[in-house]
Design a binder for this molecule. Structure first.
Ligand SMILES: NC(=O)C1=CN([C@@H]2O[C@H](COP(=O)(O)OP(=O)(O)OC[C@H]3O[C@@H](n4cnc5c(N)ncnc54)[C@H](O)[C@@H]3O)[C@@H](O)[C@H]2O)C=CC1
Ligand SMILES: CC(=O)C(=O)O
Ligand SMILES: [Mg+2]
Length: 631
């Protein structure tokens, strides 16, 4: 035998031995066995054949690469929009995970609220990813305990820590890089029917400022309430983040940040992105309702005016908050033992002239004007009931470069001179001189209602002054209920945007802490609009929602200082709000019907029948019977 043949025989024996060795070591080593499926040395560059696309890939632990899917892969596999836009390397992914893992060792605290809140959020979130019906069963049954986790205040903490917390994506991301693609990528979402979209551009998340792409957490939290409170089917909700960049310097430099690391688009370029998004979602789902959430006030009003007469949309911070505040303000009048019609006599100091503050002011002024006869004179005289203080102090006509949205509330110079006030006067001066019935904060400045301000409110001419510290989350509240009750006295009305405990006033007496949050209205506004089939959301429909909430509380409750319902009844109040919205849409001849209930039939329904219709269309978290069919 030639030397050459010997060599061949020897090497093939070696290969056989090696193969045998490899097989036996593989079979006794499950990790290697698993790797051998696609990642052995000679196979690692071969593509893996997948018979899935879109979310099915992201939900498959074997194929999922999460944020590491490249843009070309995202396009090939219909993943565009289903992940945050920043593509990460596998090393960055691990680093992000480790940062988050290490953070668990430090307790996450959010001011006076639950120190274990973030851990609870993680557990609930994992359930949400695993079993939606069970998740919503848990949430609905324990809404009082878990709304503060999935919604304010903890949702704020979640958004702030989103880069670390991100695991399985939820919702869609439309980014500035997707310009020209949105009309097609909207089809990457697997559901053929979507009823509710909550969209944010992350520019003002609660009172936490610009959180960029991390703001998607607020859209997810709001939609959790749509499911839990309004019974919108969870398969038909879509949280959306429009990532046009961020102006948050920390995020721009953070290597773990999941969004576009460039400054926010502005002007026409910005509007073009939002226009493209609106066209895309309404083309695919013509009956969807889009709730704008936490857009900086610069754009909140402009976009609302741009779309509200053509699309089924509303801005929750401007319009939802206004309705809740009106209900609270009317409750405060009743709590003084006075009729609601006395509302136009209330002197109201508002701290904060952003999207929420101006929304409340416009709506409160209109409500007063209506009560005063709804004419020009009524409108003018209503205006004189408000004093607005922003970061630069009292707003007057002398303010340079005044924001056009705040202009109608700028005080006349001769009027304020009479009150010994001036342009830019501080909040404490304004409270001292005006002696208001109501002090309402939508400033996002925690502690703004300092001891000095609250002491000044003792001089209020009201028999029962009201303090609304509405900014979120907890740390941004203008004051706590303890501070309010201890500084101003026991005979006050108090409401905060995020939940606080009632205050023990001693001798068995309770200082009630109401939660004045738009969560009492937006779910009902959305559900009512959906079921009425109205193509737009009018001021009348929003007013009907607010009046329904105001009327929900009994005389006995308001006299005790309870001006908003308990969150445990949120499903019931939402049903009533939705019915009021449906009724108003019918009255305004806008109702086009929903599914089996056409406009003609809808118009024939009595009040009770409308409520029944609403109730019957609310989704309940019950397991359906499943049947397999292979066609
Ligand atoms: N309880 C609820 O349902 C809601 C609460 N909010 C909260 O309201 C707050 C404000 O929201 P936006 O109006 O959208 O924000 P924004 O950023 O548009 O407006 C904030 C306003 O506060 C003013 N401000 C800042 N420092 C101030 C100071 N020291 N004194 C007086 N005013 C000051 C600013 O000049 C600006 O006018 C946020 O914390 C948000 O979470 C918003 C919507 C609903
Ligand atoms: C509650 C809410 O919408 C906000 O704080 O922005
Ligand atoms: Mg908001």
């Amino acid at each position: 035998m030639s030397n050459f043949s010997n060599q061949i025989r020897a090497s093939s024996a070696l290969i056989k031995r090696l193969k045998h060795h490899r097989r036996s070591s593989l079979s006794s080593n499950p990790v290697l066995l698993m790797q051998s499926r696609s990642y052995t040395t000679n196979e690692c560059h071969r593509p893996a054949i997948v018979q899935k696309r879109s979310l099915d890939i992201l939900h498959d632990p074997w194929f999922n690469k999460g944020t590491a899917f490249s843009m070309t892969e995202r396009d090939r596999l219909d993943l565009r929009g289903l992940l945050p836009p920043n593509v990460m390397t596998p090393e960055q992914q691990i680093e992000r995970y480790m940062v988050d893992l290490k953070r668990l060792e430090v307790q996450a605290r959010d001011g006076p609220s639950d120190p274990n809140a973030l851990a609870k959020w993680r557990i609930l979130n994992r359930l949400h990813d695993r079993n939606e019906v069970m998740y919503y069963k848990v949430l609905i049954k324990n809404i009082e305990e878990y709304a503060p986790i999935v919604y304010t205040p903890t949702v704020g903490l979640v958004c702030q820590n989103y880069s670390g917390l991100f695991r399985r994506p939820r919702g869609m991301y439309f980014s500035a890089e997707d310009r020209g693609e949105m009309m097609s990528m909207v089809y990457n979402w697997p559901a053929d029917q979507v009823d509710m979209i909550v969209v944010t551009d992350g520019s003002r998340i609660l009172g936490l400022g610009d959180l960029g792409v991390q703001g998607i957490g607020i859209a997810i939290g709001k939609l959790d309430l749509y499911v839990a409170a309004a019974g919108i089917n969870p398969q038909r909700v879509l949280p959306v983040m429009i990532d046009v960049g961020t102006n948050n310097e920390k995020l721009l430099e953070d290597p773990m940040y999941l969004g576009l690391q460039e400054n926010r688009l502005d002007g026409d370029e910005y509007v073009a992105v939002i226009d493209e998004f609106m066209e895309a979602v309404f083309t695919r789902w013509p009956n969807v309702i889009v709730q704008f959430e936490d857009f900086q006030s610069k754009w909140a009003f402009k976009l609302l005016q741009r779309y509200r007469n053509t699309y089924r949309m509303f801005n929750d911070d401007v319009q939802g908050t206004a309705g809740v505040a009106i209900a609270g303000l009317l409750g405060a009048v009743r709590a003084q033992g006075r009729p609601m019609i006395d509302f136009p006599k209330q002197k109201i100091v508002v701290a904060g002239a952003g999207s929420a503050g101006i929304g409340v002011l416009n709506s409160a002024r209109k409500t007063m004007a209506r009560m005063l006869g709804n004419n020009e004179y009524a409108f003018d005289s209503a205006q004189r009931q408000f004093w607005v203080v922003d970061a630069k102090g009292l707003i007057t006509e002398e303010r340079e470069n005044i924001d056009p949205d705040a202009l109608p509330f700028a005080r006349k110079v001769n009027e304020i001179n009479r009150q010994e006030l001036r342009e830019g006067a501080s909040l404490v001066e304004v409270v001292q001189k005006v002696k208001p019935d109501v002090l309402l904060g939508l400033s996002a400045v925690g502690g703004l209602f300092s001891k000095e301000v609250l002491e000044a409110l003792k001089g209020s001419t009201s028999t029962r002054p009201a303090i609304f510290a509405m900014s979120n989350p907890t740390n941004n509240a203008e004051c706590t209920p303890e501070e309010a009750y201890s500084s101003v006295g026991e005979n006050i009305i108090f409401a905060s945007g995020s939940p606080f405990q009632d205050v023990d006033l001693g001798n068995g007496r309770i200082g009630h802490c109401n939660q004045g949050n738009n969560m009492y209205l937006f779910p009902g506004i959305g559900l009512g609009t959906l079921l009425s089939g109205s193509r737009i959301i009018t001021d009348g429909m929003l007013q009907a929602a607010a009046e329904c909430l105001a009327a929900y509380m009994t005389e006995e409750e308001v006299l005790k200082g309870v001006i908003f319902p308990s969150i445990s009844s949120i499903r019931d109040i939402t049903k009533e709000v939705a019915a009021a919205v449906v009724k108003e849409a019918i009255k305004e001849d806008l109702a086009e019907g929903y599914r089996g209930m056409d406009a003609r039939e809808l118009r024939k329904l009595s009040q009770e029948e409308i409520e029944e219709f609403v109730k019957n269309n609310m989704w309940n978290p019950d397991y359906p019977t499943l049947v397999y069919r292979n066609d």
